[in-house]
Design a binder for this molecule. Structure first.
Ligand SMILES: C[S@@+](CC[C@H](N)C(=O)[O-])C[C@H]1O[C@@H](n2cnc3c(N)ncnc32)[C@H](O)[C@@H]1O
Length: 410
C-alpha cells in the first residue's frame, strides 16, 4: 500500500487505529485563573502536575498505557477559543462592512476533539456579539464516532443554555460531498499534524521522483519499496509544487546537480536520495476546500517544527508511544499499527503557496486580501484578552507558549 494509506490505517482504523484506541485529550476540569500564578513556570508546574495525575490514573485502570495529548484549546481554555472567536467576528464584520457579503455567520470546524473550541467560540459570540449570534450557524465535522458523541453532549449541556445552532457531523472531511455556496469560516486547530503523508525519494542522476509503498508480510514485518509515480494525488501534488514561482520550491532531499555527479562516481553509492515526506492529505484538504467551500476563509493552526522527528529525512514525523510512563520516540514509521502516534510539522510557507494555487484565484486575493501565516505570538497579541491571561509577573502563556505553532489565515 502507499505510505499515506499505511499511516492512515495506523492512526484511524476504526478497530485498532491509534485514535480509536489509545488517544485521549487532556482537559482540565475548569479553565485556569492565570492571575493566581506567580509566573509562567508556576502555571506550567500546576498544569504539569494535573496532567501527570491523570496519566497515572489512566495507567492504574488500564493495562495498556494511554497517551494523553494536550492542545492550546484545552490548556488555555476558554481564552484560546475566545481569541479565535474574536478574530472570526472581526473579519466577518469587516467583510460585511465592505459589502463582500450580507449573510449570517457560518462556521465549519474540522476535528473538534472534546468540543471545547466549539463551546468557547459559541459562548464568546453569544455573550459579546448577540446580534451576530442570533442567526449564526456552527458545524463541526468530526471523523471519530466517540468524539462526535462527546461533542454532541457538550453542545447540549452548555453552562447557560444549549447551543441549538450547532450541528455535529460525524464524517471525515475527506468524505465531504456537499457544495456550500455561502460565505463561511473553516477552522482546523491541531488537526493537520496527524494527516497522513506520502514519501518520495529522487533518482540521484535524473532527479526523477519515486513514490514510497509499504509491503506488509504475513509474519508482521514491514518493508519500504519505491516505484515510479502512478498515484494521481502524489502526481498532482508534485505538479502543483513544481509550478510554484516566487519563490519556487527545491526539495532539500535533492542535492545540487554538481554534488550528484561527483557522488555518482563513488562505488556502491545508493541510487535514490534520502526520503522526503509530502503532505498529500493536507493538499487534499485544500482541494476539498476549493471545490466544496468556494467562499471560505480559513483559520488553521498547527506545529511548524517538532523535536525528535525521524532522522535523515525531510519534513519527517515524530513517531512515539508511551512506555513505562515515558514517551519513547522511534526512528521509523514502520511500526505496529495502532500503538504509536505519528504526527508531522507543517511547512506553512509552502502550504500558503499551494493554497493560493488550489483555493484562490488572483481575483479572489484582490477581493479578500492575501492569505497569511502568523506566529502564535502575533495571533495572541492581536486577538487574545491579554489582561485576563497574564500571570502576576506579567508573563503571558497565551503569548509565550506553543511558540512552535503557527497560524494560517485567509
Ligand atoms: C489533536 S485533536 C484536536 C482537537 C481540537 N481541535 C483541539 O484543538 O483541542 C484532532 C481532531 O481532529 C479529528 N480528525 C482527524 N482527522 C480528521 C478528518 N479527516 N476529518 C475530521 N476530523 C478529523 C480527530 O478525531 C480529533 O478530534
Amino acid at each position: 500500500m502507499l505510505t499515506r494509506d499505511f499511516i492512515s490505517d495506523s492512526l484511524y482504523n476504526p478497530a485498532y487505529g491509534y485514535f480509536s484506541k489509545q488517544a485521549l485529550i487532556f482537559s482540565p476540569k475548569e479553565g485556569y485563573n492565570f492571575a493566581q500564578f506567580r509566573d509562567s513556570a508556576d502555571f506550567l508546574k500546576t498544569m504539569g502536575q494535573q496532567y501527570e495525575d491523570i496519566e497515572r490514573e489512566l495507567d492504574d485502570v488500564r493495562s495498556i498505557p494511554r497517551q494523553l495529548w494536550h492542545t492550546p484549546t484545552e490548556i488555555l481554555k476558554p481564552w484560546y477559543g475566545y481569541s479565535v472567536a474574536r478574530h472570526i467576528v472581526r473579519q466577518y464584520k469587516s467583510d460585511r462592512d465592505a459589502a463582500l457579503h450580507a449573510e449570517p455567520l457560518t462556521i465549519y470546524e474540522i476535528g473538534g476533539g472534546n468540543g471545547t473550541l466549539m463551546i468557547n467560540i459559541l459562548e464568546y459570540i453569544r455573550e459579546n456579539e448577540p446580534e451576530v449570534y442570533g442567526d449564526m450557524e456552527y458545524n463541526l465535522i468530526e471523523i471519530s464516532p466517540k468524539l462526535a458523541r462527546q461533542q454532541l453532549s457538550r453542545q447540549a449541556t452548555s453552562k447557560t443554555a444549549p447551543h441549538t445552532n450547532a450541528k455535529i457531523i460525524n464524517k471525515s472531511i475527506f468524505d465531504w460531498s456537499e457544495r456550500v455556496d455561502r460565505t463561511c469560516f473553516v477552522v482546523a486547530m491541531e488537526v493537520i499534524d496527524n494527516f497522513a503523508h506520502d514519501v518520495v525519494r529522487y533518482n540521484y542522476d535524473t532527479g526523477e521522483p519515486y513514490q514510497g509503498t509499504v509491503r506488509v508480510y504475513d509474519d508482521g514485518e514491514f518493508e519500504e519499496l519505491y516505484e515510479g509515480i502512478s498515484d494521481p494525488l502524489i502526481s498532482d501534488y508534485l505538479r502543483v509544487r513544481s509550478s510554484l514561482s516566487n519563490p519556487g520550491y527545491n526539495s532539500p532531499a535533492l542535492p545540487s546537480s554538481m554534488y550528484r555527479r561527483i557522488r555518482g562516481q563513488l562505488p556502491l553509492a545508493p541510487n535514490l536520495t534520502k526520503a522526503e515526506f509530502i503532505p498529500t492529505h493536507a493538499f487534499l484538504l485544500m482541494q476539498v476546500l476549493g471545490r466544496f467551500f468556494p467562499r471560505h476563509r480559513l483559520v488553521l493552526s498547527d506545529f511548524y517544527k517538532l523535536p525528535d522527528t525521524i532522522p535523515n529525512a525531510v519534513d519527517s514525523p515524530v513517531v512515539q508511544t508511551r512506555f513505562n510512563g515515558n514517551m519513547v520516540p522511534c526512528e521509523t514509521y514502520l511500526v505496529q499499527p495502532g500503538w504509536f502516534d505519528i504526527f508531522f510539522p507543517t511547512n506553512f510557507e509552502l502550504l500558503l503557496q499551494m493554497y493560493n494555487v488550489v483555493c484562490r484565484s488572483t481575483a479572489d486575493s484582490n477581493r479578500l486580501g492575501k492569505a497569511r501565516v502568523w506566529s502564535q505570538r502575533k495571533f495572541a497579541l492581536e486577538n487574545a484578552d491579554l489582561e485576563k491571561t497574564s500571570t502576576r509577573s506579567g508573563e503571558n502563556p497565551m503569548v509565550e507558549f506553543y511558540e512552535n505553532n503557527k497560524f494560517f489565515l485567509s
